[in-house]
Design a protein around this ligand. Structure first.
Ligand code: NAP
Ligand code: ZN
Length: 352
């Protein structure tokens, strides 16, 4: 075992602060990683504050972080896919049973024995898994991704969650070339959704509550942008979208986005607000509309997404912060005041 510095929350109302955790001794199938950057996902904040208590209660201390980029510093004897010195990524998953129909279908995120990167039972050490707000990690090689070396690493870290979560449902929808795509909420997920939709050839519209993001939406690749508080503009866009990706992190009126869909159109929810949200049946009946959800993506698809980003030079727009600023960053995330992802420079933890 190896003691490692990490930032942890002691309870739902405590700030994150320096702590020490244990990482397991490398097994033959493990990869040891020095963490370089870790993105700050809104799921980290939901989990730290126990906002998903009815579905996934948080065990404390909680070390979040699942948008991890690091350098390999050790490999077990069975590991051939990566070697010491490689740049690698770890996303939201660190294990699964590798035997069930979900794993065979490459959707390990739905495996009944999936182990998430933090706040999931740790079968090696007991307790729960600890995430990437830490110096060092040990991860089974099947859950370690190759990160294209030429990408900016601070901006590549968010691909491991925000990237795959937006890439996966768009790919699954089908060929978006020339289709009208709406991205709702221009945060960490939303801005990646815009970049992918644009790269897939869609006609992209951003729906935002923030007037300060209107110009950025276009700079990021959108063709159109709508302030969602403008009822007239929302009405003008009714019945015109093939696909809408909803990334909002807080409770909101789903019906106003369902009305945007054309006949047989689909609204995919990736945002995970704390409370259930009412849906009007009539809004779905008229136009045979579909509402579904999507959870990250499997490991194979995550590698495909990273390779796609390597080919198209796609990374997140990040504000790089030292870990000591994490509590302030959470307050800003709550105010939608980040353009568009915080990425923690993990060397700052080594200096702590
Ligand atoms: P984020 O960076 O905070 O972005 C969320 C955006 O939602 C904000 O930037 C804001 O966009 C909009 N928003 C916030 N409060 C709002 C409100 N009250 N009404 C309307 N719009 C509001 O968060 P994120 O990291 O992208 O995550 C978004 C959500 O996805 C979170 O709930 C997170 O837990 C979830 N998530 C799900 C998955 C999955 O696998 N399904 C993976 C990762 C994250 P504007 O300023 O443009 O309005
Ligand atoms: Zn995430």
């Amino acid at each position: 075992m190896k003691q490692t510095k990490a930032y942890a929350a002691a309870s739902a109302s405590s700030p994150l602060k320096l702590n020490h955790i244990q990482r397991r001794t490398l097994t033959s199938s493990d990869v040891a990683i020095d963490v370089l950057f870790c993105g700050v996902c809104h799921s980290d904040l939901h989990t730290v504050r126990d906002e998903w208590s009815s579905i996934m209660p948080t065990t404390y201390p909680c070390v979040p972080g699942h948008e991890i980029v690091g350098k390999v510093v050790g490999v077990g004897s069975e590991v051939t896919a990566v070697k010491v010195g490689d740049t690698v990524g770890v996303g939201c998953l660190v294990d699964s049973d590798q035997a069930c129909p979900m794993c065979h279908a490459h959707v390990e995120q739905f495996c009944g024995h999936a182990v998430f990167t933090y706040n999931s039972p740790d079968k090696h050490l007991g307790g729960v898994t600890y995430g990437g707000y830490s110096e060092y990690m040990v991860v089974d090689h099947r859950f370690v991704l190759r990160v294209p070396d030429h990408l900016d690493l601070a901006g590549a870290a968010p691909l491991l969650c925000a990237g795959i979560t937006t890439y996966s449902p768009m790919r699954r929808w089908g060929n978006l070339q020339g289709k009208r795509v709406g991205v709702v909420g221009l945060g960490g997920l939303g801005h990646m959704g815009v970049k992918f939709a644009r790269a897939f050839g869609a006609d992209v519209t951003v729906f935002t509550t923030s007037s300060s993001k209107l110009e950025d939406a276009i700079r990021l690749g959108a063709h159109h942008v709508v302030l969602s508080s403008d009822a007239d503009a929302m009405k003008q866009h009714a019945f015109s979208f093939d696909f809408v990706l909803d990334t909002i992190s807080a409770d909101h009126d789903l019906n106003s986005y369902i009305q945007l869909l054309i006949l047989d159109g689909t609204l995919t929810l990736v945002g995970a607000p704390e409370n259930p949200m009412p849906v009007s049946s009539f809004g779905l009946l008229f136009g045979r509309k579909n509402v579904n959800g999507s959870l990250i993506g499997g490991i194979k698809e995550t590698q495909e997404m990273l390779d796609f980003c390597g080919q198209h030079n796609i990374t997140a727009d990040v504000e790089v912060i030292p870990i000591q600023k994490i509590n302030e960053a959470y307050e800003r995330l709550l105010k939608s005041d980040v353009k568009y992802r915080f990425s923690i420079y993990m060397a700052s933890l080594r200096e702590n």
